[in-house]
Design a protein. Sequence first.
Lengths: 543, 80
Amino acid sequence: MIDPTVVDLSRTQFAVTVLYHFLFVPLTLGLSFLLAAMETVYVVTGKVIYKQMAQFWGKLFMINFALGVATGLTMEFEFGTNWSFYSGFVGDIFGAPLAIEGLMAFFMESTFVGLMIFGWDRLRKGQHLAVTYLVALGSNLSALWILIANGFMQDPRGAVFDPTTMRMQLTSFTQLIFSPDAQAKFVHTSIAGYVTAALFVAGVSAWYMLRKRHLELARRSFRMAVLFGVLATMGVITLGDALGFVGAHAQPTKLAAMEGLWKSESAPMAWNVIAFPSQQAQKNVGVIQIPYVLSLLATHSLYGTVPGMLELEKRAARRIQNGIPAIEALQTLSKHPRDAAAMAQFKAHEKDLGFGFLLQRYAPNVATATPVQIRQAARDAIPEVSVVFWSFRIMVGLGLAMLAFFVLGVIYTMRNVVQDRPWFLKTAVWMIPIPFIACEMGWLVAEVGRQPWTVFEILPTWMSASTHSVGYLVFSLIGFVLLYTVFIIIEMYLMVRAIRQGPESHGSGGGHRNVTTTHGGLPRPTLALQPSSSALQRSNREE
Amino acid sequence: MTNMPTEASAVKTFLLFVLFMFLAVVVIALAIVLGEKGTWYFAWLVGTVMIVLIAAAGGALLDTQDEQAEAECDRGHETH
């Protein structure tokens, strides 16, 4: 049996590397399409300011992209080094989307990103625009395949356990890629990236506007970013609801933990806005509720109900008992693969095999498991409620705050008065970290909520890890934390430096044109570089 | 020989026609499969295109608003 400390350290190490990596990913996903939007306007209108915008934000995109790649590569190796049993057990399924991600999406984005950055003078406008769209598509397809793999861990479909090879085998690639969880998760994550990029661009543009710098670039970038952001935020909320709805059926324990629902209630169920869940006492304290809302949120009906964690724990205990014969049959089959009686016994209980594995943590010989050990294992079936509950609420709260920000931003920018609202511009700058925090919280909900499983209800986390020593894991964990912290510092330094420099480094005046607003809210351009508006229009047209 | 550019142009047009027809068939097939099996994937495709285009239109609209404002200012100066 693997030392529980090793399992916890392996989990911590993977969580740390993923959370660091996930600081870079959302910006790449969203900024690539925002660049495409800017370049589309450049190609359609021929105005050089949009080319400068695409080049300037493209430079920031590249800084983020490079560090995102550097932090992402290690995780694929971690599956082999730290999660070797897991990799062997589900490698046939999990490996396929990861391989496709590398061969198709990652190669695609990596190839075209070079053309995007260095091809401005070598490609025609239309060709370069196509390249930018391909970078955006490649980045998001990369996320798609990763999230298909993750979707399998959340809601395993298209695979069966083969008792003769003792591994999971892929039976339907279609079921794997069209899994409802994978679909909702991909769209939710991808669009969360759009929100992140929109707030990043809006925040930096607001910073320029506060300092009256690069106003041509900042006003246009802000306008495009808030429009991009408001639609994306509406999408991310919609998909969040879809993911919760899918999750209510696929992962009831996660949903119950997200809502802090210990006891099953009759419809219409009340929603816990605030609560302090106690894992030990299996109840909440300090609860503030809104009546009816949970039924609507979780089932889209006032008459719908979802089971509470205490009921789910009882169900888990029953499934653990049903999983015991499956484990016993598996032990027989490992010695006598042609034993028909053992195979029949296994087939009769195979859907609860994973629950039998849960019990093995406390009773390596499941035949002699005591009721106390079964209760302990059943209690493990409930994830860490307070982490899931509060991560979910922080994510949702920040999502709603971002929606309010973008709606207000759209109103101000469409009325052309955003520069007269310094408080709003300052808020925009301070809002930049918000979507990053929301994304991290979302990841915590997804992954902590899946516990105690690596593959939901099939493979428990406790038996998925490699048999390393504690010292090795502590050493590598400290190494990763130090290295990735250096990466973050480098990213911050390069980003801040590039933002302070502004778009001048690309030449063409950096979009200098100061615009002040009149009482009517309409802009009165005061030109810093050009003597007349007609000259400005000429300078804004490249061809 | 004088017909060569016209013939080349016709061939190019035909090839473009074939290419666009092929793309149209691929897009329709993709839409049918995704609409049937991957509704959220389909929603992502449509939604992303919409978000990008609306953001782009917003940028272009700002230019129009600026030009209108300039024109109004110029008119204001002329009347004074």
